[in-house]
Design a protein around this ligand. Structure first.
Ligand code: DOR
Length: 403
């Protein structure tokens, strides 16, 4: 623990102490309490968020989403293309880029769609969008057609961009909306089977073997997905993946009859959760991404069966992971920084600036969705007691959030 200016207990993880202290000396010390403990990281990066503009600004805007991200220690996020219009051509992507240019508080880098309108029928104009996007995704739905995915991978490979796949076989869904497990059976809900995720991952792994495309799997949730990706990596395929904090902390036994617990993929079994933690520890899972998916109060207020899929995640990610994994000695602060900063930036070749985020670690507080900067309020972590509060976020040497 370094003592900054003989007053502040502060530890730097993966960031140069001298430059941090020089910045803070200029910025002033008013945010620090000499009785508390602080940690500094390079700015976090989330490669999977939904900022809802253009098209759904009643759920979230680029201004509110990027403010929520900055207030949670993020300096870079990648936005998914399930928007209206879908960014599937230069023309539609430009609409989103204009809003980003005008309203984003931090780096907001879009994905381009894989298919036109995310309909899975025709490839999007991947060539013309390539230099402006972090990769290609049809997030929100899986690419059902094998030939379509093969062509997308060949194109992405030629363009030097990754495919980020939401893996889900529609035929296997059968009207399910939570995990097909104990809770669904006991409470009379329709379940989403694990195969719906891992079958498509298995198909894509074969296609990666053939096309040599850089391939990233979004929000993995099942033990079979972890095992498939572990084997594919051992074989040397160019594969990476992410999971979300909620899949590491919760399972279907924690479900309540409340839309706050509903997202796609769903919270799986305790065994799946354990396999995901194992995957984080052995490096099979490369990074944490929140799948921050805000919806209106009305859309989330219809219970498990009828609510929209998706929870907000940016403003709970660090405190949840710190409290559940670092404080319990399961993950080190260094590993957490790798999962939330180094790996996402490296994998998606995202720009790294003079960025940092500072968290206060010693004070316990409770997660209060009413205090979120995000317009979304639905989180399964509401009311949970946590540690790790963001006090300062700096991007390119400029303060973008100060508590
Ligand atoms: O829970 C989810 N919400 N999963 C998805 O795949 C899409 C996302 C959304 O856009 O709301």
């Amino acid at each position: 623990m370094a003592v900054f200016n003989e007053k502040v207990n502060i530890r730097c993880i993966g960031i140069d102490e001298a430059s941090v202290f020089a910045f803070l000396a200029n910025e002033g010390l008013d945010i620090f309490d000499p009785k508390k403990e602080y940690v500094v990281f390079p700015g976090f990066c989330d490669v999977h968020v939904h900022f809802r503009e253009p098209g759904f600004s009643y759920k979230e805007t680029i201004a509110t989403g990027s403010k929520a991200a900055a207030a949670a220690g993020y300096t870079c996020v990648c936005t998914m293309p399930n928007l209206s219009p879908v960014p599937d051509s230069m023309e539609t992507l430009a609409l989103q880029l204009e809003k980003i240019e005008k309203d984003a508080l931090i780096r907001v880098i879009p994905y381009g769609a894989i298919s036109r309108g995310e309909l899975g029928k025709e490839l999007a104009d991947m060539d013309e969008m390539a230099y402006l996007v972090c990769g290609f995704s049809d997030d929100g739905r899986g690419v059902q057609d094998d030939e379509m995915m093969r062509n997308a991978m060949l194109k992405a490979k030629a363009l030097g961009k990754p495919i980020a796949a939401h893996c889900e076989v529609n035929e296997l869904l059968k009207g399910g909306y939570i995990h097909d497990g104990v809770y669904a059976r006991e409470h009379g809900h329709r379940g989403i089977c694990s195969e719906s995720e891992y079958e498509q991952i298995a198909r894509d792994i074969e296609l990666v073997r053939e096309t040599k495309c850089a391939y990233h799997v979004c929000h993995i949730s099942t033990k079979e997905s972890v095992e498939l990706i572990r084997k594919a990596k051992a074989e040397g395929l160019d594969i990476s993946c992410e999971t979300g904090p909620h899949y590491l902390v919760l399972c279907d036994e924690d479900l309540q009859e409340d839309g706050r617990f509903k997202m796609n993929p769903p919270l799986r079994s305790g065994e799946d959760r354990a396999a995901l933690i194992e995957g984080i520890l052995d490096g099979t899972i490369d990074m944490i991404a929140t799948d921050h998916a805000p919806h209106s109060a009305e859309e989330k207020g219809r219970g498990l069966e009828k609510s929209a899929m998706g929870i907000v995640g940016l403003e709970t990610a660090f405190p949840i992971l710190y409290t559940h994994f670092v404080k319990k000695g399961i993950l080190s602060l260094e590993k957490l920084s790798e999962l939330m900063h180094k790996k996402p930036l490296e994998r998606f070749r995202l720009p790294k600036g003079k960025d940092m985020c500072i968290f206060e670690l010693s004070g316990e507080y409770s997660i209060e969705p009413d205090n979120f900067f995000s317009m979304g309020r639905a989180t399964p972590f509401a009311g949970e007691k946590v540690y790790g509060r963001c006090v300062l976020t700096v991007m390119d040497g400029r303060t973008v959030y100060k508590a």
